[in-house]
Design a protein around this ligand. Structure first.
Ligand SMILES: [Fe+2]
Length: 237
């Protein structure tokens, strides 16, 4: 259970990160995370300093940008476990993914070709930031009926949800659980993302925390997300 403390600057004290980072781009060379083992080790060391004992590796899965297969991610996770073991790092790695909300994801659900994590069988998925995709509800329903728990990534980032509390309530009603990026709690009051993260937390709507780390960034700063924000490509997190 999270505790609520108000700080002098008026912001709430961030919730404890806990021992599991459920959203992290730690696998090297597979998406917009670290390029090599050195970068992955730097993230792992930072997570260890934060008290994290388990990291769920959640590389992007986007059909036309990062078409990572389940087999490719699983092999990369195995390699990372060996690397951490050889480096003496006491952090577990679990295989996951950050699936993009697109038609291809519905096909994956149909095939049960998914990397779910935790006892809840969470399947992490992300939406475009600016607009609500047509398939969002279908994805939630399909995941739930297939025995998974739909887990929407970094809920605080979506403008279409920040403007529409009813849409947030609706997603909850249809079984969607919410992942929030821990660095968002450190954003100032002028930040829509920061305010949304804090609002969700106060309302008890934060189910899962993650760092969404792509590089080894300091613990109390927002992680820097993808540099692929050009053209018509989706904004990634
Ligand atoms: Fe992400």
């Amino acid at each position: 259970m999270f505790s609520l403390l108000i700080r002098r600057d008026g912001l709430i004290d961030p919730p404890p990160m806990g021992e599991r980072d459920s959203h992290c781009h730690i696998l090297p060379g597979i998406d917009d995370g670290p390029k090599d083992d050195h970068g992955a080790l730097a993230i792992a060391r930072l997570l260890c300093e934060m008290g994290v004992r388990k990291v769920v590796a959640t590389p992007h899965v986007i059909s036309d940008v990062y078409p990572n297969s389940t087999a490719k991610i699983s092999a990369a996770v195995d390699a990372l476990r060996r690397l951490f073991s050889a480096s003496g790092l006491g952090i577990e790695v679990e295989a996951g993914a950050e699936y993009y909300a697109e038609g291809e994801l519905l096909d994956r659900i149909e095939r049960r070709d998914l990397l779910a994590f935790g006892a809840e069988k969470y399947v992490l998925f992300e939406s475009p930031v600016e607009r609500r995709p047509m398939v969002l509800e279908d994805i939630a329903f399909s995941l739930a009926s297939a025995g998974y728990t739909p887990l929407l990534a970094h809920v605080e980032r979506y403008a279409f949800l920040r403007k529409d509390p009813d849409a947030v309530a609706h997603l909850r009603e249809i079984g969607v659980r919410f992942q929030v990026n821990h660095p968002s709690f450190h954003l100032p009051k002028t930040s829509g993302r920061g305010e949304m993260a804090r609002s969700l937390y106060v309302k008890g709507l934060v189910d899962v925390l993650g760092t969404d780390m792509h590089r080894a960034t300091p613990w109390d700063q927002p992680s820097r997300s993808a540099s692929l924000r050009t053209g018509r490509r989706p904004r990634l997190g």
